[in-house]
Design a protein around this ligand. Sequence first.
Ligand code: SF4
Length: 234
Amino acid sequence: MLANGSGLLASGPVSAAASAAGSSLETTLASAPPSPRSPSGAPSLLPQQMYWFARSKEFEKLEAHNLFDCIECGCCSYVCPSNIPLVQYYRASKAQITKQKQDNQRSEIAKARFEARQQRLEHEQAEKEARRKARSAKAKQAKAAGSDHSSAVIQAAIARSSAKKAAQDPAQAAIERAKAARSGGAAAASPADKVAKLESCGVTVTERVPLKVGENRHNAEYLATKAAKSGHLL
Ligand code: SF4
């Protein structure tokens, strides 16, 4: 292990080779800036291990072995007895690690943008759907209100027309009574009740006309009962 004057420490091949390299190597190491991760002077760069990690592309281990503390001074390559271009391996690994980090960062940004866009689109879709439902409900409400109003107006017009006809035509009045009886609304009412109701609606009953249906032995008793109990003019 070799300790230089500025605090940079080298071990293993570097230290052994540095001794052999003599004073020129010591001068080079002395000029290197101190590693920020080795303030206590402990060995921080292991060229041989870094070489193997670089060859096997184990970038995490390379970083854990402080690859980025290497200043690429070239001393380890210079003294390597096998003439392995160590610095080139380190330099290439640094470039690959940097590119990998940039790619990961870009990927994270793209992912975040995609998720934000998806969220925005979903939000817009939900708002659109809510507006559509509100419009639909409002249209239905308006249609129902219009329908009720129209229906009421039509019914009122029919009632007025019928009342007018009944007032002018006794036969029409009988028809109206028959209609009312069929619909069940006045089925249980006596002729006197019906006259009272018509007059309460503003229809003046000026005359009651007997309805001659023809009497025979089969209906004589029935007609007599109706005339006696309900006041029918038969
Ligand atoms: S090239 Fe890097 S690992 Fe080799 S001696 Fe220089 S600083 Fe140390």
